[in-house]
Design a protein around this ligand. Structure first.
Ligand code: ADP
Ligand code: MG
Length: 541
């Protein structure tokens, strides 16, 4: 068979360069990346076997071999394997949009000390092998296909690919290690003890046996099934990386177990930063569904409301069929129940953060608040809990305030929660609408997220106090004086002239609302606020 030489896609080349020049001090992680890929492939194989008998496989496992003389380390799996096209598409390019995006930012920033942090935001996956290798060989055959594919690269701009007849089903990756560094025995990956140590450290929870010779190196214990007190933080972090490819540590870990008629276990993570696709329509959701320890699917949107789509983790339900499809999930009553409980638990966890760890709470709200507020647009069942954990910029201080604190500061006779929406704090604060409120020291919430425009419409009140836009209709401040009759009379001709001259304005009125500006534009009581008007225009409505 002929061997083809192909070029890596530009982003892939760039990532490889970073690997070859070793931006990570911890090179051990290449092995966990290979094991992680093998584990994913075994999950897929097991799943395929459930619906197609011919793809059923026994003894799904991962094998590791080392060869001291040849200085190689091989990770083998009998998982789903890859077709030739898969190899070109999956290994030769970087498909993950997050990675491409991060690389684009890397390019813009150049290489500086932020580089490591930026790149730390995603798992580098297969390419991390080039931190320790001067050549990597991959041999694979897709389950159910007759020919296999051999791929090889030394990490420069190209790779070779050929079709082969004698590949076993599944994938093996052989890492040709760089020449031994006599100074640094710690990095000899042909040492059995070294391999054992890495597997134990990073991959113990992998649910398939990882074997070296006759030994199984990992305990295979599902993390979510173990009591929290027995699991080290480091193990949770590794698991989080395994399922999310996010290399920043999670902000908070949530573990749940429900017993009784419908049993399930859940291990959820609040990430510490928002993913780049948080506001994209088809951005990914973070929950994996397992049934009795068997992986069923990624991205299970049914298990959490949309506004909590950034929560990552695993739900393991005991009483679902292994063949469950997405369509069935959508209708399953138990799934709806789990979804409610998980949402409640996530919201109550955030509430706890608010009381017990203000710093974490602030990080959380900064990163995810705009998504969480979307929850105020849907069914009212979560509104109270969401408003309780929300915080907003306010004229009272530079720090955001909760609604409870706002209410506690309300002046005598004030019965509404005043807010103004806009594009930025500065813009809103300098608005003429603000003058009377400033002069009379009424606190106003400064709402500058696009979603704020909408939820204030959907949510009537908090703690019995209505939300009132100060840019709308006649806002009666409790201490407002009436405009005197004398004044009204004197200004009548001017008002008439103004309303005849200004075509787009519905009405011109005298007001006591302004203290230093001569005039301001106000929306109807039922009209839309200026920012919303802009938003609708932008959306072409
Ligand atoms: P990621 O695992 O985050 O997708 P990787 O760079 O680790 O990124 O792997 C890229 C892709 O290559 C995987 O998504 C998978 O489709 C494929 N792949 C890698 N290793 C294997 C394997 N052992 N078996 C089957 N497919 C694999
Ligand atoms: Mg991977």
């Amino acid at each position: 068979m002929s061997t083809e030489t192909l070029e890596f896609q530009a982003e892939a080349r760039q990532l490889l360069q970073l690997m070859v020049h070793s931006i990570y001090s911890n090179k051990d992680i290449f092995l966990r990346e290979l094991i992680s890929n093998a584990s994913d492939a075994l999950d897929k194989r097991r799943l395929a076997g459930l619906t197609d008998d011919s793809l059923r496989a026994d003894d799904l496992h991962i094998g590791i071999e080392t060869d001291k003389d040849a200085r190689t380390l091989t990770v083998r799996d009998n998982g789903i394997g890859m077709s030739r096209d898969d190899v070109v598409g999956l290994i030769g390019t970087i498909a993950r949009s997050g990675t491409a995006e991060t690389l684009r930012r890397l390019r813009e920033n150049g290489e500086n000390k932020e580089t490591a942090e930026l790149i730390g935001q995603f798992g580098v996956g297969f390419y991390s092998t080039f931190m320790v290798a001067d050549r990597v060989t991959l041999l694979t055959r897709k389950a159910g296909e007759t020919t296999g594919t051999r791929w090889e690269s030394d990490g420069d701009g190209t790779y070779t690919i050929e079709t082969v007849e004698d590949a076993p089903e599944g994938t093996s990756v052989t890492v040709h290690l760089r020449p031994k560094d006599e100074e640094d025995a710690l990095y000899d990956y042909t040492e059995d003890w070294k391999v054992r140590e890495i597997v134990k450290r990073y991959s113990d929870f992998i649910s398939f046996p990882i074997r070296m010779g006759d030994d199984t190196l990992n305990s295979m214990k599902a993390l979510w099934a173990r009591p929290r007190s027995e699991v080290k933080d480091e193990e949770y972090r590794e698991f989080y990386r395994h399922i999310t490819h996010d290399w920043t540590d999670p902000l908070e870990i949530i573990q749940m177990r429900a017993e009784g008629t419908f049993e399930y276990e859940a291990l959820l993570f609040l990430p510490s930063r928002a993913p780049h696709d948080l506001f994209q329509r088809d951005g990914s959701h973070g929950i994996q569904l397992y049934v009795k320890r068997v992986f069923i699917m990624d991205d299970s949107r049914e298990l959490l409301p949309d506004y909590l789509r950034f929560v990552k983790g695993v739900v393991d339900a005991a009483d679902l069929s292994l063949n469950i499809s997405r369509e069935i999930l959508q209708q399953d009553r138990h799934i709806q129940l789990i979804r409610r409980r998980l949402a409640k638990k996530v919201l109550s966890t955030i509430k706890d953060l608010m009381t017990n760890d203000a710093e974490k709470y602030r990080t959380f709200w900064r990163e995810f608040g705009p998504a969480v507020k979307e929850g105020l647009l849907g069914g009212a069942e979560d509104h109270k809990a969401i408003l309780d954990i929300a915080s907003f910029a306010s004229t009272a201080s530079d720090e955001p305030t909760t609604l409870a604190d706002y209410v506690a500061r309300m002046k005598d006779g004030q019965d509404k929660i005043y807010f103004m929406t806009g594009e930025s704090r500065a813009q809103v604060e300098n608005s003429p609408h603000m003058e009377a409120f400033k002069a009379k020291e009424y606190e106003v919430l400064l709402l500058t997220d696009p979603v704020d425009e909408i939820w204030v419409e959907a949510v009537q009140a908090y703690d019995g106090k209505e939300f009132q836009s100060i840019a709308r209709g006649a806002v009666d401040l409790p201490s407002d004086e009436e405009v005197s009759e004398e004044k009204s009379g004197a200004y009548a001709p001017l008002l008439t002239w103004l309303s005849e001259t200004l075509d787009d304005v519905k009405d011109v009125r005298l007001t006591t609302r302004l203290t230093s500006s001569p005039a301001c534009l106000v929306s109807d009581v039922d009209g839309i606020t200026p920012t919303l008007e802009k938003m609708y225009k932008a959306m072409g409505q």
